[in-house]
Design a protein. Structure first.
Length: 84
């Protein structure tokens, strides 16, 4: 089993070169905030991610991949609307 501290570190490292903070909520879920280190602009904010299924490196990598895809999709959608 992966400790919460190690889990948070792996997730935070998975979003480089962006900055990421991963904190544990009182209910045990995670809050993940990914942001531009120079501007502080938030790229992603997920407030209640369950840790129940985050028991292996593969499941953690899958979560990071899903969140990165979500960020890319939002960025592409925003760009299509004529905003840069």
């Amino acid at each position: 089993m992966i400790s919460n501290l190690e889990l948070r570190h792996i997730i935070e490292s998975g979003f480089r070169p962006l900055s990421c903070t991963c904190t544990t909520n009182p209910d045990g879920s995670l809050m993940i905030r990914v942001f531009e280190p120079e501007t502080g602009r938030v790229e992603l904010l997920e407030t209640a991610i369950s840790t129940a299924n985050l028991t292996s490196s593969r499941s953690i990598a899958n979560l990071i991949g899903e969140l990165r895809s979500e960020m890319a999709s939002r960025k592409a959608s925003f760009a299509e609307q004529g905003h840069s």
